[in-house]
Design a protein around this ligand. Structure first.
Ligand code: HEC
Length: 121
């Protein structure tokens, strides 16, 4: 209970949890991707990050233009912010809406479009 109160007090009045401190300083979509997404999705976005072997389902292949062009930019924002669970997919895909701000997620979606070399259909 004391811990609970402490947590409430320490978060009160802060726009984001403190673990995100170095988060907002990253504005470049590619750098954000390398830091937060590559461990699962791979440096190149092909779904082969070092965690990928242990995951079922496997992380999405962001270089797959057929797969990625079926998602609108808005759907990608929802998938990244809310994680797999928010879009009816596996919850192994974590939600990033508390760690990254809106403009960082927008930069990430721009980077995803570079990786797939595709647009929403
Ligand atoms: C812990 C591993 C892990 C990390 C870290 C991770 N993902 Fe994922 N991601 C997954 C998995 C697994 C799936 C596949 C979920 C499924 O198919 O049910 C996925 C799926 C996706 C999808 C496809 C969603 C769809 O519409 O089908 C997108 C887009 C995505 N991730 C973006 C990201 C971005 C951007 C980051 C970094 C901010 C990230 N992921 C970090 C594991 C991860």
């Amino acid at each position: 209970m004391i811990l609970f109160l402490f947590l409430i007090c320490s978060f009160a009045g802060q726009p984001a949890p403190s673990y995100a401190e170095d988060g907002p300083s990253l504005t470049d979509g590619e750098k954000i991707y390398q830091r937060y997404c590559a461990p699962c999705h791979g440096d190149k976005g092909d779904g082969n990050g070092f965690n990928a072997k242990t995951l079922d389902p496997r992380p999405a292949n962001h270089t797959d233009a057929v797969f990625m062009s079926k998602r609108t930019d808005g759907e990608l924002v929802d998938a990244v912010s809310g994680g797999g669970r928010a879009i009816g997919k596996a919850s192994i895909m974590p939600p990033w809406g508390n760690t990254l701000d809106k403009s960082q997620i927008t930069s990430l979606v721009r980077h995803l479009r570079k990786l797939c070399r595709c647009k929403e259909e």
